[in-house]
Write a protein that binds this ligand. Structure first.
Ligand code: ADP
Ligand code: ADP
Ligand code: ZN
Length: 217
């Protein structure tokens, strides 16, 4: 199964992709995570991407599509893929079609998390993750069970993203509205889009996604 999670920054794509990965053995393909790893490693793609990401703008289509193609090449044919934060532009959507075909895959669902933009700033400024295993948390909405200790790996080190600040978020929202939202009609025309309420709590959003992946009579 191959699915796309779509929604503006802070909509909950990474959180839900992580849960699907843990519960269904699907693989999360987050271009944001791949780009942050490239920046950290100092690779050519990372060097190009760093300033663009810090400004909240979009990295070039060629760079992100190459990352996705490369990652799919490492996966077994029967491993499901969750595209998280990709595609983000019409050219990326076209590239994804070609890349999927090349890897013998077809797109099953596009799940749009519908959210209220005003709430997203609060979600993003409160976001942090485990420095060791990457599990996502939030200061208010998604705290670890024991304060300051990662639920998954027990680490006590956490980190916040450089671009998760109120100013950059506005640019990222504007990029979403201008370049990403316009790709939805492409998938609508193919009857692939499911819209779910991303303002519900994390468990309810997961349930809504499960209902799409495993339709109940
Ligand atoms: P995205 O990947 O779409 O940018 P994240 O999954 O990283 O979004 O979520 C942004 C922040 O909001 C995280 O700190 C996460 O813990 C929190 N969060 C995710 N889903 C919800 C939800 N349904 N309700 C409240 N907070 C949420
Ligand atoms: P969020 O879901 O919170 O918007 P991501 O982790 O998906 O954040 O992306 C962080 C940044 O990485 C984006 O603001 C952008 O600069 C870059 N990026 C990630 N994915 C893409 C993509 N598909 N196309 C272009 N730029 C991307
Ligand atoms: Zn951890």
């Amino acid at each position: 199964m191959n699915i796309i999670l779509l929604g503006p920054p802070g909509a909950g794509k990474g959180t839900q992709a992580g849960r699907l990965q843990a519960e269904r053995g699907m693989v999360q393909l987050s271009t944001g995570d791949m780009l942050r790893a490239a920046v950290k490693s100092g690779s050519p793609a990372g060097l190009k991407a760093k300033a663009v990401m810090e400004a909240g703008e979009l990295v070039s289509d060629d760079i992100v599509s190459a990352l996705i193609d490369e990652k799919l090449g490492t996966m077994a044919a029967d491993q499901g893929a969750i595209f998280d934060g990709y595609p983000r532009t019409a050219p990326q959507a076209a590239s994804l079609d070609q890349i999927l075909t090349a890897h013998g895959r077809t797109l099953d669902h596009v799940i749009e998390l519908e959210v209220d933009e005003d709430a997203l700033v609060e979600r993003i400024v409160g976001r942090y993750s485990c420095a060791s295993c990457g599990t996502n948390y939030h200061d208010v909405f998604n705290r670890p069970k024991a304060d300051g200790v990662c639920d998954v790996c027990g680490s006590t080190e956490f980190k916040r993203r450089a671009d998760d600040n109120a100013e950059t978020v506005r640019t990222r929202m504007a990029e979403y509205r201008a370049k990403t939202a316009p790709i939805l009609p492409i998938y609508d025309a193919r009857k692939l889009v499911h819209r779910i309420d991303g303002m519900a709590d994390i468990e309810h959003v997961s349930d809504a996604i499960e209902a799409i992946l495993e339709p109940r009579a």
